[in-house]
Design a binder for this molecule. Structure first.
Ligand code: SAH
Length: 474
């Protein structure tokens, strides 16, 4: 067999599907979408099909057995019955009449494959393993689905809309190619991908009017990289990490995540860990703006989520003043990541109806918080930057009414290959922390939900590496 991938205008063409079961249903969906007129012949029909064709006017169904004379002048036949002889007969007739035929179950005995499609209409990526294995095809499809943004459709539609305008402005093919390359590489395409269609069209119109390539302005991507495990990155984060010219990152971004950044990008470390302010916040804000104004695609990569104890707001504010385009990509915050990987649900119908994220950062040696609001039963407290203040935090919570036996956990380097969990209570946790040499980052979780750790713990990387069980219990 030898196959040519081919895209054919099928609108209005006739298709006959023989069979009305699950397999026929799977084939029907893309065929109806391609605007063919479908006739389905089968004594019985699957409910799923009836549901799907409810509002389709390019479908008709005949409840009966297939007959030789049903194959007339169709463009495509799909043989999808569970009767081998019927399917073989359909192939024989179709071949004689030179009609395309797809055999649903045993595709090699037909002459046409219906590929699996990654659909970003009008972009369609057809995948076929040449009848080798549908599982292989599915695997390839899944991989492609993750790297091609859903909004690529919009990008293609805008390119169709502007094709003739661009042709008028740039008569030479080479100039047109340069224009479109600059468009795809630059901020206008990002505006479209992030849903700012009107803004993008205005920028396109301006650059065509001035006959200037649309790549003069830089942009900033403020991206949350999650708590450490690179598999917790979002597709969008990964895409922008591979697009950026320059990356500004701090200590919380894990090495495996740094390895996923575009290899030839410039990387600038700006510190930001307790007592390690390699660069003051003000300077970081200025740096982002300066690099973007130079026309660069700047990735500001942050641990967790940029809008949760991440100063993301401050950094973006300074961009607005300079009218620099930006995007904000959320990340999985340490509380979600650490709680899931430690088997501690943050809320639970029986134990906790609320969850509060709190900063435990010490200012002048004290933690200035609304202890009355925090010291309540049936709620979970998550302290970021709380390890150094853990003694004060636990004492204050007891002073304000929480039982000293209230369970508390310290999750160390959550979601990474070095994750450890220390379990104790408000009374003894600070002592346990003091006894063990704890390396940040750490997250403090307080509340009855911590008790569930014993039952729900599932991620214990140090144990699986054959090291000592590092669960330090009280
Ligand atoms: N924007 C980040 C938080 C930055 S504040 C977020 O959304 O997660 C820094 C604090 O986050 C650290 O002091 C620590 O308390 C917590 N943290 C971040 N990553 C962590 C990790 N992998 N394990 C434990 N705590 C973490």
């Amino acid at each position: 067999m030898s196959y040519l991938p081919l895209y054919i205008d099928t609108s209005g063409k006739k298709c006959l599907i023989i069979g009305g079961g699950k397999v026929a249903s799977r084939k029907l969906v893309p065929i109806l979408k391609s605007k063919m007129h479908v006739t389905m012949i089968s004594p019985e029909i699957h409910n799923e099909i009836l549901e799907f064709v409810k509002d389709k006017d390019n479908f008709e169904y005949h409840s009966r057995e297939f007959l030789d004379k049903d194959i007339t002048d169709q463009f495509l036949i799909v043989a999808a019955t569970n009767n081998k002889e019927v399917n073989a007969l359909a192939v024989k007739i179709a071949n004689k009449k030179n009609i395309l035929i797809n055999m649903a179950e045993n595709s090699e005995s037909g002459n046409t494959l219906i590929p699996s499609v990654v659909d970003r209409d009008p972009i369609k990526i057809a995948i076929s393993s040449g009848a080798a294995s549908p599982i292989l095809t599915r695997l390839v499809k899944t991989k492609l689905e993750t790297v091609i943004p859903y909004s690529f459709s919009k990008l293609a539609l805008i390119m169709i809309e502007y094709r003739s305008k661009v042709k008028k402005t740039y008569e030479k093919i080479l100039d047109r190619r340069n224009f479109w390359e600059a468009f795809l590489e630059g901020p206008i395409s990002e505006m479209i991908l992030s849903g700012h269609i009107d803004k993008a069209k205005k920028a396109l119109d301006d650059s065509l009017k001035q006959k200037k390539l649309p790549n003069q302005v830089g942009e900033v991507y403020l991206v949350g990289s999650g708590p450490g495990d690179p598999e917790l990155l979002s597709f969008k984060a990964l895409r922008l990490m591979q697009k950026a010219d320059v990356v500004i990152y701090d200590r919380l971004v894990s090495q495996p995540i740094m390895n996923l950044i575009r290899k030839d990008s410039e990387k600038i470390y700006v510190g930001k860990q307790r007592a390690d302010h390699a660069m003051p916040q003000e300077n970081i804000n200025q740096l982002l703006a300066r690099l973007a104004l130079e026309g660069k695609k700047v990735l500001r990569l942050k641990g967790g989520d940029p809008f949760i104890f991440g100063r993301g707001g401050e950094e973006i504010e300074s961009l607005i003043n300079d009218d620099i385009p930006f995007q904000i990509v959320p990340g999985i915050t340490a509380a979600s990541g650490c709680a899931s990987y430690a088997g501690i649900p943050l809320t639970h119908r029986d134990y906790s109806q609320a969850c509060i994220f709190v900063t435990g950062h010490l200012r002048d040696g004290t933690v200035n918080l609304n202890w009355k609001m925090l010291a309540h039963e049936k709620q979970t407290l998550v302290f970021y930057m709380g390890m150094h203040g853990s003694k004060i935090i636990c004492e204050e919570l007891i002073n304000h009414g929480l039982k000293s036996s209230t369970p508390a956990a310290l999750v160390i380097k959550g979601t990474t290959a070095d994750q450890e969990v220390i379990i104790g209570n408000l009374e003894n946790l600070p002592g346990i922390i003091k006894k063990n040499k704890v390396i940040p980052p750490t997250l403090l979780i307080i509340g009855d939900v911590v008790n569930l750790h014993n039952k729900l713990k599932w991620f214990d990387p140090l144990l699986s590496q054959g090291k000592n069980n590092t669960h330090m219990q009280s």
